[in-house]
Design a protein around this ligand. Structure first.
Ligand code: AMP
Length: 129
C-alpha cells in the first residue's frame, strides 16, 4: 500500500507544498514542532533514509539544503535544525525545523497553526526558492 507521503506526492492527499523537483518533494509538516517545520522526501518510496543509494541520498540532501535556506529567509529563527526519525511514516524523509532552542527539536512539543497560516507560509517559502 502506498505511504501517506506517496499519496501526497501523487496529489491524492492535500499538502502545503513548498518545493518539488524530479526526485524530491517538500511540504509543511501538518503537526509542526515550530512554524515552518518542513518535510523533504524522495518521490521514490523507500522506508529508511540510509537505504537510499549514494546518488539518491545526495540529491535529497542537496534539495533539503535549498529548502532550508529558503525557510531561514522566511521564518524568524536562530537556525534550521535537521532530524531524521521515521517512526511514524515508513517513507524516508528529512525534518527541517526552524529553531530558537534545543527544545524546538523535541517532537512532543507542537505548535498550533491555522490552515491560512500553513498556506501563507508554504507560499512564502516557495517564493524564496
Ligand atoms: P516520523 O515518521 O516519526 O519522522 O514522523 C512523520 C512526520 O510526518 C510527523 O511529524 C507528522 O506530523 C508528519 N505527517 C504525517 N502525516 C502528514 C501529512 N498528511 N501531511 C504532513 N505531514 C504529515
Amino acid at each position: 500500500m502506498a505511504s501517506v507521503f506517496t499519496k501526497i506526492i501523487e496529489g491524492e492527499i492535500p499538502s502545503y507544498t513548498v518545493a518539488e523537483d524530479d526526485f524530491c518533494y517538500a511540504f509543511l509538516d501538518i503537526n509542526p514542532n515550530t512554524k515552518g517545520h518542513t518535510l523533504c522526501v524522495p518521490k521514490k518510496e523507500v522506508d529508511k533514509l540510509f537505504d537510499l543509494d549514494e546518488m539518491e541520498y545526495s540529491r535529497l540532501m542537496s534539495f533539503s539544503r535549498k529548502v532550508a535556506i529558503a525557510i531561514e529567509a522566511v521564518v524568524h529563527c536562530k537556525r534550521v535544525g535537521m532530524a531524521v526519525v521515521g517512526l511514524e511514516v515508513p517513507h524516508a524523509h528529512i525534518h527541517l525545523i526552524p529553531i530558537h532552542s534545543i527544545g524546538d527539536m523535541n517532537f512532543s512539543q507542537k505548535e498550533e497553526m491555522l490552515p491560512e497560516e500553513f498556506a501563507e507560509l508554504a507560499a512564502a517559502i516557495q517564493a524564496k526558492l
